[in-house]
Design a protein around this ligand. Structure first.
Ligand code: ADP
Length: 872
């Protein structure tokens, strides 16, 4: 540094010591090296020696004592390098000379600290070469590690805690390598931001940045930039550097590290990127192509392989590879490109499976070049999409629906697009007035609907409505309109996409259906018949007014009510049993049912059911129509009663005899008893016998009268199970005496088992009385000596037959049908009523049986055929 200063100083020193420059340090010594006086700016740095010690040696660092051996006179003329102790504790490096000064000596010294430092750094210069070589020569995979090692080396020289290298990347500063695995501070965006705004021109000691230093674990920071042109490409971050290098040294070292590193690193990046690009191109099926004018067409080898083409081809050869249809367009486009137009060409290759290649490029100098792209997949998709689009358009055009788009402008909608089906449907041209404003074609009655449709479409975003539109011929079509409002990104209405479906037929059909349903409803409601629908569990689903009226309920009350509540238990069972017999093949059944109406007489209804089944054959519901039969029933009963009374009248003659009989017996007994009493012959035992006989006769008469009374009563409503033979015995009890009196023997053949039948006992007895009386009359008409009536019971399977035979000559076969007709009689007026057999027939039928007649050898044989009744 200061060679010139020394020279200047040495040159002028002898002339005038007073004119000494005020630099360095001056010590005046006596001949024994004792310090007489100190001067110069460096004086203030010195550590003062202990009291009393005043030799120059007392100011020096220990190793410098060797330099000053002997007396001052010995040192004269020699360059002296002396290190002084300083107040700060470090050594002050000086160089100077001793000169005679009057009687004593003047020691003039200069600070050579910088000079020494520079020399020391100069010794480090070979290190640069080593670092550069290490970084240039290591394997790519060891680059980071080697950099770390070099940073370690530098850290050693600089006596730094650690060093770190940051490289500039597009996103910020990237930590590349460190002198040690554990960097004292973490990556932090604040550090990044701070680095970003540094000029990066010179090394920088960070002082007075407590926030940043705190971020770096309290380390003192020293930053060395590396610049390339105007940009800072790297930062060397150094923590706690004890031996701070000169700035140019630091910059040079940073350059030594970063330059080879960056070169390799950028190359690596480039290689990586180009590898990625290649991959990408391969995946995309893209690559370059080039055509030196007049030369061969060259293709990226990867593309050439992918397309099965030669990488180099003459133009003719290349054109031959193209689909014939594309050859001419390719030739023309290339010719244009030669003239400087941009080339943009999609070509089909003449291969079995069609492949598409897109060429884009430009003339550059005397060659055309650009990129080639495999667009086969794209083209195929395009073709598929095209086909799908065509199908869709075809579908739309041929569908009965019209697809339309209405544009939105300032709260109003106007027709913009209609599918081709508009013309066949309404005959409107798509640019007609109606198409633009369909509201004009809406049926006048439906205009409020149209206005409401538009309003709610704009409000809710969608609508479904139905109204009539007028076609070009003036006919109206019912349109089902489904529309949706589309909005833009800001939520503003943009357009309406909708669909019209001609539902005229369906609407008409629905209207017809509604009318027919209405008629049906009126029919059902107004019908005098009782109509209802009910479920298999007898819950009513619907009942019409007559039914409700009959049951003294309202129609509403009946819904959900159970029909079974008006049936006796036996009736309900029979009812459900009948329903269970309904099948999809035999869905209809009818019966006469008897209802129990609280506080009223029993009602008889003729009831017809029709079952409704699901597809699985399960009974879902039953529709029923009922007709009140109570009146008919009542008159039938009256008729029956009448017939009964007639029979009773018939029986009266017999009865007189029956009752006379016990009366006669009693009269005789009483007369005998009186006689005995008068004669005083009363024997107690005899009297007792007589009275017992009288009592027995009274009991008999009583039984007869009681039987008559019971018989004369109206039948009970409910049928019951009873022994059929009991009816035979009942009839016999009434008639037996009378028959015997007329010489007719009644032959009863009681069955071994008393089988039961279901019905009313008195009614079956009435049947038997009729049959017996008719047989008797037939017998009495015949002059014969022997007259008999035989009654038998035959049980067969589930049936039972009562046979009543006589030997009265039988009935003319022609009359076999007619005798059961009401009022048919062969008896004289006043005798026969013609009702006996007719009533009997009704009774037997009602019991589920059949009354029939046939002729045996001797007379008629009536058969009462009945189903057996079992209680189990
Ligand atoms: P009615 O006895 O009052 O005539 P019915 O209906 O009981 O009425 O009988 C109808 C007719 O059937 C009789 O008039 C008689 O001609 C004929 N008839 C009934 N039972 C017999 C019988 N057992 N033998 C012959 N004829 C009979």
């Amino acid at each position: 540094m200061s060679g010139s200063l020394f020279d200047r100083w040495r040159g002028g020193a002898n002339e005038d010591s007073q004119a000494l420059p005020a630099v360095g340090l001056q010590l005046w010594l006596d001949n024994h090296a004792k310090v007489q006086r100190l001067a110069g700016p460096l004086r203030s740095l010195l550590a003062l020696p202990a009291q009393g010690a005043t030799r120059v040696h007392d100011y020096l660092a220990r190793h410098s004592l060797l330099v000053l051996e002997g007396e001052p006179a010995d040192w004269q003329g020699l360059p002296l390098d002396l290190d002084f102790n300083t107040l700060a504790g470090n050594a002050l490096h000086t160089r100077g000379w001793l000169q005679r000064h009057g009687q004593g000596w003047l020691l003039q010294l200069f600070d050579i600290g910088d000079l020494l430092r520079e020399q020391r750094w100069d010794r480090q210069r070979p290190l640069f070469g080593e670092i550069g070589n290490a970084l240039r020569e290591c394997g790519a995979e060891r680059l980071v590690q080697t950099t770390g090692e070099q940073l370690q080396l530098i850290a050693g020289h600089w006596q730094a805690r650690s060093l770190r290298l940051l490289l500039r990347e597009p996103g910020g500063w990237r930590h590349y390598a460190s002198s040690e695995a554990q960097w004292p501070w973490p990556d932090d965006s604040r550090l990044q931001a701070w680095l970003q705004q540094l000029p990066g021109a010179a090394p920088l000691e960070v002082v007075g940045q407590p926030e940043l230093q705190a971020l770096c674990g309290g380390a003192a920071l020293y930053l060395v930039p590396y610049r390339q042109g105007r940009d800072t490409e790297a930062w060397l971050l150094c923590a706690d550097v004890a031996n701070l290098p000169p700035a140019d040294m630091a910059l040079a070292l940073a350059r030594t590290v970063v330059e080879p590193l960056l070169a390799r690193y950028r190359r690596q990046q480039l290689q990586q990127q180009s590898g990625q690009l290649d991959d990408l191109q391969q995946q995309l099926g893209a690559g370059w192509w080039e055509w030196p004018l007049g030369g061969e067409l060259q293709l990226d080898p990867a593309v050439a392989v992918a397309f099965g083409l030669e990488p180099r081809m003459g133009l003719e050869q290349w054109l031959a590879q193209l689909h014939p249809a594309d050859r001419e367009p390719a030739q023309l486009a290339l010719a244009q490109a030669r003239e400087g137009h941009a080339l943009n060409l999609s070509l089909r290759l003449a291969q079995a499976a069609p492949r598409w290649l897109h060429l884009a490029g430009q003339r550059q100098g005397n060659r055309l070049r650009g990129f080639a792209l495999d667009i086969t997949a794209l083209k195929q998709q395009e073709q598929q999409a095209g086909a799908a689009q065509a199908r869709l358009e075809n579908l739309i055009a041929s569908s009965p629906a019209v697809i339309y788009v209405q544009g939105y402008a300032e709260g109003a909608l106007h027709g913009e697009f209609f599918s081709a089906s508009l013309a066949p449907l309404l005959g409107w041209a798509s640019d007609s007035e109606q198409a633009r404003q369909p509201g004009l074609a809406v049926h006048p009655d439906d205009r409020p609907l149209w206005v409401a449709r538009t309003r709610s479409l704009l409000r809710d975003g969608h609508v479904r409505s139905r109204y009539r539109l007028c076609d070009v011929h003036g006919g109206y079509h019912w349109m089902l309109d489904e529309a949706r409002l589309l909005r833009d990104d800001l939520g503003q209405p943009r357009e309406v996409v909708g669909l019209w479906l001609d539902v005229t037929d369906a609407t008409d059909a629905a209207e017809r259906m509604r009318q027919s349903e209405e008629r049906y409803r009126v029919l059902v409601e107004d019908s005098p018949a009782m109509i209802c629908r009910y479920r298999p569990d007898l819950t009513l689903v619907f009942a019409n007014r007559p039914l409700a009226d009959y049951l003294h309920c309202s129609v509403v009350q009946l819904e959900g009510a159970n029909l079974g509540q008006w049936l006796s238990e036996a009736q309900r069972e029979a009812f459900v049993l009948r329903l269970s017999a309904l099948t999809p093949e035999q869905p209809v059944s009818s019966a006469e049912i008897c209802l129990q109406l609280p506080g009223r007489e029993h009602a008889w209804w003729i009831w017809a059911d029709r079952g409704l089944f699901d597809t699985g054959g399960r009974l879902l519901e039953i529709q029923a129509v009922g007709r009140d039969n109570t009146e008919v029933r009542r008159s039938q009963q009256q008729l029956l009663q009448g017939a009964k009374m007639a029979t009773l009248g018939e029986l009266a003659t017999g009865l007189v005899h029956e009752i006379n009989q016990p009366l006669n017996v009693m009269r005789m007994a009483v007369a005998n008893a009186l006689n005995r009493l008068q004669n005083g012959e009363v024997d107690r035992a005899w009297l007792q016998t007589k009275l017992q006989r009288i009592e027995a006769q009274v009991a008999r008469a009583e039984r007869l009268v009681e039987h008559m009374r019971v018989y004369g009563r109206r039948s009970t409503v409910e049928q019951q199970g009873f022994a059929a033979w009991a009816a035979v015995e009942g009839a016999a009890a009434l008639l037996e005496e009378g028959l015997r009196g007329k010489g007719v023997s009644l032959l009863l053949e009681p069955p071994a088992q008393q089988e039961q039948v279901l019905g009313h006992p008195d009614q079956l007895e009435q049947v038997l009385i009729n049959l017996l009386v008719n047989a008797r009359d037939a017998l009495l008409e015949q002059p014969r000596t022997e007259r008999w009536i035989r009654v038998r019971q035959v049980a067969e399977g589930s049936r039972l037959r009562l046979l009543v035979e006589d030997n009265g000559g039988g009935i003319d076969a022609d009359l076999h049908e007619r005798i059961f007709e009401p009022f048919f009689t062969t008896k004289p007026a006043g005798v026969g009523t013609g009702l006996g057999l007719s009533v009997s027939h009704g009774i037997v039928s009602h019991m589920g049986g059949r009354l029939s007649v046939g002729n045996s050898d001797q007379g008629a044989c009536f058969c009462v055929d009945l189903p057996l009744y079992s209680t189990s």
